[in-house]
Design a protein around this ligand. Structure first.
Ligand SMILES: NC(=O)c1ccc[n+]([C@@H]2O[C@H](COP(=O)([O-])OP(=O)(O)OC[C@H]3O[C@@H](n4cnc5c(N)ncnc54)[C@H](OP(=O)(O)O)[C@@H]3O)[C@@H](O)[C@H]2O)c1
Length: 338
């Protein structure tokens, strides 16, 4: 009986493209789902395999075609790519051409001076390692994960360009770059005849850094924008209003969200935002996703989900992405109180 279940093949939902919305990424030929799934937390060796498989199947069944990684995702680092690679081979075999798989390099991945930042040596070695873990010949998007102030940007972009010409990545992206560095990266790649497809910044109702120049650069140069941590890692939900739940990211010793992030002013802000979400008939998590999607600059909202139910809830945000001017102003006022 057990063997029977082990060999049961996953068959994707036939109607998976009916409800999801797709948005053009900058001026490229690529459409991304309004909601994409990131595998930073929840898909590593220390996570529940049955649970994360369900999340991945739910995503693909709902038209989420984009799965986002970095070399170091999962605990231990690299395990998210490795675990997804197994599922790609076993369950998603035959569907690779329906997927946009991205990975990144920039943060610490292996010891010594060649295991992080933006050198050609590190970036190209890391991409090879990611492909090996994913069991894939290519990724769709390869990102420089952070700007390296000590490596010439020309070298970092030259490395991305080599990855592009080798066919190991189809498109290029940058993440966590400020507006000035983004403009420079865009110009360097342009001189090489390669488009910069996408930028991946942190952006949410709580954290607004891209509003200080980055969104303008992206819009003016028709570069796509996929916003990460749209729920501020779970702060923009009702879960932390009374206590820290045992299964939450803050309670997880491998989680990047820490108890110190849950300041009294953040809790106060969440409570006020919750009231607006209630009036809209949405959960706070849904409102956080909808708020990003009402912005024209946003191509896709890159969510993390630990359970199938969480993902289902986030996808239902698509049912209402309209905001009145009054709601937007109120949200901005509440947020500026942090
Ligand atoms: N480029 C970069 O530097 C960078 C950095 C960070 C992230 N990212 C990308 O962005 C992706 C998403 O980041 P993130 O995981 O921080 O995103 P997030 O969507 O802000 O947070 C995800 C967490 O929120 C909670 N959650 C999700 N849906 C929920 C729901 N419906 N109700 C209640 N709680 C819910 C879960 O936390 P609990 O476990 O507490 O339930 C989940 O693990 C990453 O996987 C990665 O691909 C990129």
């Amino acid at each position: 009986m057990l063997n029977f279940f082990r060999t049961v093949k996953y068959t994707p939902n036939e109607n998976r493209y009916d409800a999801m919305k797709y948005r053009r990424c900058g001026s490229s030929g690529i459409l991304l789902p309004a909601i994409s799934l990131g595998l930073w937390h929840n898909f590593g060796d220390n996570d529940d395999k049955k649970k994360y498989k369900k999340v991945l199947f739910e995503a693909f069944d709902s038209g989420i075609t984009h799965f986002d990684f970095a070399n170091n995702y999962g605990s231990p680092p690299g395990s998210a790519e490795k675990n997804f690679g197994k599922i790609l081979k076993k369950n998603f075999a035959g569907y690779r051409d329906e997927m946009i798989i991205s990975t990144k390099a920039g943060y610490g991945m292996w010891p010594g001076p060649y295991g992080e930042w933006g050198s050609r040596k590190y970036l190209l070695a890391s991409l090879d390692q990611s492909l090996q873990r994913l069991g894939a010949d290519y990724v769709d998007i390869f990102y420089s994960h952070r700007f390296d102030p000590l490596t010439p940007l020309e070298e970092t972009m030259e490395a991305l360009s080599s990855a592009y010409h080798s066919g190991k990545t189809l498109y290029l992206g940058i993440s966590n770059y400020g507006p000035k560095e983004t403009m420079e990266a865009y110009e360097i790649l342009k001189r090489k005849g390669i488009p910069l497809l996408i930028h991946q910044p942190r952006y949410s109702i709580l954290y607004r850094e891209p509003e200080s120049g980055l969104l303008d650069v992206l819009k003016d140069n028709k570069i796509g924008c996929i916003s990460y941590s749209p729920l501020a890692q779970g702060l923009l939900t009702s879960k932390y209003l009374t206590h820290i739940p045992k299964d939450s990211r803050i309670a997880n010793p491998n989680g990047y969200l820490k108890e110190k992030d849950l300041t009294p002013s953040v809790v106060k802000t969440i409570k006020k935002l919750q009231k607006i979400a209630d009036q809209r008939g949405q959960s706070l998590a849904q409102m956080a996703v909808s708020w990003l999607l009402q912005k024209k600059e946003i191509t896709s909202v890159l969510v993390g989900a630990r359970t199938q139910q969480q993902l289902q809830e986030l996808i239902r945000a698509l049912e209402n992405i309209e905001f009145s001017e009054m709601e937007l102003t109120k949200i901005d006022q509440i947020r500026s109180g942090i």
